[in-house]
Each structure stands twice: as structure tokens, then as C-alpha cells.
Design a binder for this molecule. Structure first.
Ligand SMILES: O=P(O)(O)OC[C@H]1O[C@H](O[C@H]2O[C@H](CO)[C@@H](O)[C@H](O)[C@H]2O)[C@H](O)[C@@H](O)[C@@H]1O
Length: 329
């Protein structure tokens, strides 16, 4: 009996310590560290083999980029800023702003966002980057090539050098009508929130209780029945209403390269970082061009065309800081 008690006590003391696994983080917790199940960790590790960390692959990437002209494209929400409950408070940190600014001094840099162009510019607050809002449907870019064989010098604010490109302009009156109709029809769904993104409307449901998701979606769909020229797409806890035109973040990337006079250069290397479904259109363009660097921001396995990954905006910051000081000549 005594022997059995001693054996039991020994087994208690000899047990290996159990450590909470703190990464990857769940998308919906806004980036906080929470313990996750080991099988999720295994799935993430296996996904990371297909989409290796852009931080770990940085030196290799820069080696391959030597002699090439990097053009940087950045998504905003979930990439430059952490996902938060209140879309009006998705601020980027001053450190991130500094890193983007440093990068833009070395490489042409554009922010391509689902937000309205004005809104994303208010968040980013940098003059020497190009802005494409409404998922690329509202671009402020040079109207003629700014390069003449030498190094690119960003000159976006010089008079006469930039103009807006708005392929969905004719849809503006209808999108405003849709916004008003949605205000009316979704007002009773607690937590639902509309955002006017100029050429698109976002219907946020991050703060809506799960039981009401279907009700909200039905309301949105019923408004859209009257507007056959518009379609519904989905992002992170958001439904987005946008015109049915063939124009997305991938087209915006190509448009910007073209207007920088860089679209046909064999030595141009577009680098795109984004976290959401709409960024996949840009990843596809990079894949089709057969040159470029595509990086998805995700801390969970997801279906993506991107080659590399970064876990969250904190890792994006580290990557951009490295890029700003990299040797690419
Ligand atoms: O293309 P993006 O710049 O990534 O914009 C896509 C949507 O981003 C914003 O919504 C997301 O971020 C919010 C703030 O963190 C979050 O509350 C929301 O749940 C996310 O979906 C933006 O508010 C949307 O209008 C954009 O369409």
C-alpha cells in the first residue's frame, strides 16, 4: 500500500509541465494571446510550410530582389493597423507610420484599401505614398510616368503630376441611395454598423450577436434586390456592397504600375502585403505576372495565393523596418 502511495506521489511530481501555446492568435480576438489547441498549432505549422514567414525568408527575398525595382503595395486594416471593434478607431501606430514613411523614401509605395480614399489617408497621414480607396475604385496616382530610367522619386504632391481615376463614378448616386436604404433597414439590428466607403458600403457585424447574423444578411440582400448592378462581397466580419464592375485591388496594382511607368519593365518587383479576401485579387496578379512578392497577414491557416506570410501588423512593422534598411542595390 505504502509503495503504491509513494509511486503515485512520484508520478505527480515527475509530470511534464504543460505550457499554454500562445500562437497563433485567433482572428476574432483582435490579436490577443490566447491558448490554442495543439491540433490548431499543427495545422498552422503545416500551413506555414506552404507560406513561410516573410521575416525568416527576408534575406533570401532581398537576394532575389537585387538589381530589381521594388514597388510596395500595402493594404490598411489588419495589415498596417490591428483589427479593432470600432472601425473609426483603427489607428496605425507612429512606429508603423515611420516604417511606411521610410519604405516610401526608398521605393514607390501605395496603400490599397477598402476604405474611402480620404479616410485611409486620414489614418496614414503620409504625403509621399499613393492612395487607392474603395478597393481600388478611387485612385490618386501620377497621370504620366515619373521615371526616366533612373531611380524613382515619389512626387505625388507636385501639381499636375497626379490625377484621380474612378472607374465606378457613374454608380455614385446609386451607392448613396443604397446607403440610405441600408440605414433604414439595418437600424434595428443591434450592433450593426454602416460605413460609407465612397464607391462601396461596408455593413459591419463584428458587434452583432451571432443569432442576428442571418437577419442582418437578409436585410442587406433585400435592399440589394433593387440594385442589380451591385454585388455583395465579404471581408472580416463585414459585408461589402460594391458596383458590378470588373475592377479590384489587382487591377489597381496594375494601374499604379502602369502610371508609374513601370508596368512593362522586366526588372520590376511588386511587393504586396494584405490580410483579407479582397487582397487575393492582387496576389493573383502577382502570380500571373510571374514576378513579385506576395505576403498574406494571418495567424490562422487560410486559403491564399500569397507566397509568404506574416502573423499580424506587429510582424508587418518588423518586415517594413527591415525593408527600409535592406540592401537591394
Ligand atoms: O482593404 P482594407 O483596408 O483591409 O479594408 C477592408 C475593411 O476594413 C475595415 O474593416 C475591418 O477593420 C475594422 C477595424 O479594425 C474592423 O472593425 C472590421 O470588422 C474589419 O472588417 C473597414 O472598416 C471596412 O470598411 C473595410 O471594407
Amino acid at each position: 500500500m505504502m509503495k503504491a502511495v509513494i509511486a503515485f506521489l512520484r508520478s505527480l511530481f515527475n509530470r511534464p509541465k504543460v505550457h499554454a501555446i500562445s500562437t497563433p492568435k485567433s482572428e476574432e480576438n483582435g490579436g490577443g494571446n490566447h491558448p490554442i489547441a495543439p491540433d490548431h498549432k499543427a495545422a498552422y505549422s503545416s500551413w506555414m510550410k506552404q507560406h513561410p514567414s516573410a521575416l525568416l525568408m527576408f534575406d533570401k527575398m532581398m537576394e532575389a530582389a537585387k538589381g530589381k525595382r521594388i514597388v510596395v503595395f500595402l493594404d490598411y486594416d489588419g495589415t498596417l493597423s490591428h483589427i479593432v471593434n470600432d472601425p473609426d478607431r483603427a489607428f496605425m501606430t507612429n512606429e508603423m507610420r515611420g516604417a511606411v514613411s521610410d519604405v516610401s523614401k526608398r521605393f514607390p509605395t501605395a496603400i490599397i484599401s477598402g476604405r474611402s480614399r480620404d479616410k485611409v489617408k486620414q489614418f496614414v497621414k503620409l504625403d509621399n505614398v499613393y492612395y487607392a480607396g474603395s478597393h481600388g475604385m478611387d485612385i490618386m496616382a501620377p497621370t504620366r510616368p515619373l521615371t526616366s530610367g533612373g531611380k524613382h522619386r515619389p512626387q505625388v504632391n507636385r501639381k499636375g503630376n497626379e490625377g484621380s481615376f474612378q472607374p465606378a463614378k457613374k454608380f455614385l448616386p446609386a451607392i448613396q441611395e443604397i446607403f440610405t436604404a441600408l440605414e433604414e433597414s439595418t437600424s434595428k439590428v443591434e450592433g450593426a454598423r454602416l460605413e460609407d466607403n465612397r464607391f462601396c458600403v461596408s455593413v459591419h457585424f463584428r458587434q452583432v450577436s451571432k443569432e442576428d447574423y442571418d437577419i442582418l444578411e437578409e436585410k442587406v440582400k433585400s435592399v440589394l434586390e433593387n440594385y442589380p448592378d451591385f454585388r455583395l462581397t465579404r471581408g472580416r466580419k463585414v459585408m461589402e456592397i460594391r458596383p458590378c464592375i470588373e475592377w479590384n485591388k489587382g487591377h489597381a496594382l496594375e494601374y499604379l504600375l502602369e502610371n508609374l511607368g513601370l508596368s512593362n519593365s522586366g526588372d520590376v518587383l511588386p511587393l504586396y502585403i494584405g490580410d483579407d479576401r479582397t487582397d487575393e485579387d492582387a496576389f493573383k496578379v502577382i502570380e500571373r505576372r510571374g514576378q513579385g512578392i506576395s505576403i498574406v497577414v494571418s495567424s490562422v491557416p487560410k486559403d491564399t495565393k500569397a507566397h509568404y506570410s506574416l502573423q499580424d501588423p506587429t510582424e508587418v512593422y518588423k518586415f517594413l523596418s527591415d525593408l527600409a534598411t535592406s540592401m537591394t542595390e
